[in-house]
Design a protein around this ligand. Structure first.
Ligand code: SAH
Ligand code: SF4
Ligand code: F3S
Length: 495
């Protein structure tokens, strides 16, 4: 029996798909790279914006014909939309067999087996946080941590891995669906995290990305000892084989000096910090229920640049939030200019029914205005990204070689995708709305490629993408590359 997983959403979902695949493989399933020949199609879904959900429901709608042609075929919906819509998924897409929430991935294989055996729809989701406010313990237990032994074959690249260090979110920003679909904030024990990272290192992993919705809020209490992220980074630094560690996403108020110093001092900690600001006006930050002022955020930016040499800061922004005036929007533009982010992911506000913002405020910024503000902010950011990249011209950088460049990858495998674009995946977001300079210049490089080499990409420790020509065997190794040309999102180099 063969399965195919289609993933949208953030890096949490990418990791969950890896774990779900491991779960199915352990139960005897075989993984496919496309839908063709699959007996089971799994959708890992996202609810962060309406657009993301609409795409999933229309993709599910298109699977109706597949189900008619292949009556024994099974469809499973996992992830945040499964948790949010629960049984409604069966109403909107009646031919779905299994709905499983993010806290229940460990049950996926048995639910699929039960659906196949009995022909009845199977549902497993965590308790609704809002309906069960009075019983936080039950809510907590219903969202179980699930990160079992890692199978190297379920990762796209064996030398890179994501490791969850916390689960859920307790910040409750007024626009956001995540705290309700990902459950309460729970940190994993340092021992469990380190065991997992040692396993990964034994499998050949050299770079780990620590994941948490507010990863720097990490706090694990054991007796009278509390471990915070800085101490965890130090412990990971001591694991043989692990050369690079980064962590996403950080919440501005939890970025302590101790953590910044750890990033500066630990050889494996990379100077890349994703600290979403969301907005540049205090009035809007307050309506968003972010727990800082723009002055505090600017101060954080100053502290980061003063502490960590070569730091690259990235951010997320929401434009067109309820009541956003032109003046408030311009304050966001000013913040982008001030902070000089390496790049920003910019989103148009999308109402999420049931959350605080939708109850209190009106979604009153017209779509055309949202779009214009999105483009305006992106243009300012892109110019800053290009300026940063130009500072690399002529410099030598160390990169971890990740694989063939996108252009080469497209030649190698035409991925069959149910979605036009993977909206929320961090790297894809800017690309979907920005003309990429990668292809034309990349083609120049490719045409000049000496025989035996291909166009490869790698990443610097500050998370900049470098395209260069080299032998395919370099994939998975660290190399020194001199930058000979730059574009807003890409550096071009020579070994
Ligand atoms: N935990 C992360 C964010 C996860 S959601 C953090 O706090 O940094 C990823 C991004 O989606 C958010 O940073 C925000 O910019 C955006 N987002 C969340 N809810 C949204 C909504 N209702 N409309 C538009 N964008 C939203
Ligand atoms: Fe959502 Fe805010 Fe939590 Fe991030 S910190 S996941 S934006 S509620
Ligand atoms: Fe991530 Fe989307 Fe869920 S952003 S946490 S997959 S709602």
């Amino acid at each position: 029996m063969k399965f195919y997983i289609e993933t949208v959403g953030c890096q949490m979902n990418v990791l969950d798909s890896e774990l779900a695949a491991a779960e199915l493989i352990s139960a005897g399933w075989e993984r496919l790279d496309s839908r063709k020949g699959a007996d089971l199609i799994v959708f890992n879904t996202c609810s962060v914006r309406e657009h993301a959900e609409e795409k999933i429901y229309s993709a599910l709608g298109r699977l109706k014909t597949w189900k008619i042609e292949k009556p024994t075929g099974l469809i499973a919906v996992m992830g945040c939309m499964a948790q949010k819509d629960k049984g409604v998924v069966f109403q909107r897409a009646p031919f779905v067999d299994v709905v499983v929430g993010p806290g229940k991935i460990s049950e996926l294989a048995s639910l699929v087996a039960a659906a196949a055996k009995t022909g009845t729809q199977q549902l497993a989701i965590g308790i609704d946080r809002f309906e069960h406010r009075t019983d936080p313990k039950a809510v907590k237990e219903s969202f179980r941590l699930y990160d079992p032994i890692r199978l190297p074959q379920t990762r796209p690249r064996v030398f890179q891995a994501m490791v969850r260090i916390m689960f859920g979110c307790d910040k409750f920003c007024s626009y956001c669906v995540v705290p309700s679909v990902r459950g309460p904030e729970q940190s994993r024990s340092p021992k469990e995290i380190l065991d997992e990272i040692r396993t990964l290192a034994d499998q050949g992993c050299v770079e780990v990305t620590l994941l948490g919705q507010t990863v720097n809020s990490y706090r694990y209490r054991e007796g009278d000892k509390t471990t915070r992220l800085a101490a965890l980074l130090a412990a990971i630094d001591a694991v043989p084989g692990i050369r690079r560690v980064r962590f996403v996403s950080s919440y501005p108020t939890d970025m302590t000096d101790e953590l910044l110093q750890a990033v500066r001092d630990l050889p494996s900690a990379t100077p890349y910090l994703h600290v979403p600001a969301q907005h540049g006006a205090n009035s809007v930050l307050e309506r968003m229920r972010r727990r800082y002022t723009v002055e505090e955020y600017r101060d954080l930016v100053d502290r980061i640049y003063a502490t960590i040499p070569g730091a690259a800061i990235t951010s997320d922004f929401i434009v067109g939030f309820c009541g956003e005036t032109e003046d408030e929007f311009q304050q966001t533009v000013e913040l982008v200019r001030y902070a000089r982010f390496k790049n920003s992911f910019i989103f148009k506000y999308s109402v999420r029914p049931g959350n605080e913002a939708s109850r209190i405020y009106e979604d009153d910024v017209p779509e055309t205005v949202k779009k214009r503000r999105n483009n305006e902010l992106l243009a300012v950011q892109n110019e800053i990204s290009a300026e940063w990249n130009r500072t690399f011209l002529g410099r030598e950088v160390e990169i971890l070689v990740e694989g063939p460049s996108k252009r080469e990858a497209r030649n190698v495998a035409q991925e069959e995708s149910l979605y036009a674009e993977n909206e929320q995946t961090l790297d894809a977001t800017n690309e979907s709305e920005t003309p990429s300079n990668l292809l034309p210049v990349g083609d120049l490089l490719a045409s000049a490629a000496p025989s035996g080499t291909v166009q490869l990409t790698g990443r610097t420790e500050c998370d900049r993408i470098v395209v260069f020509n080299g032998a395919p065997e370099l994939v998975g190794t660290f190399q020194r590359v001199r930058i000979v040309e730059t574009a807003p999102f890409t550096l071009f180099g020579e070994l």
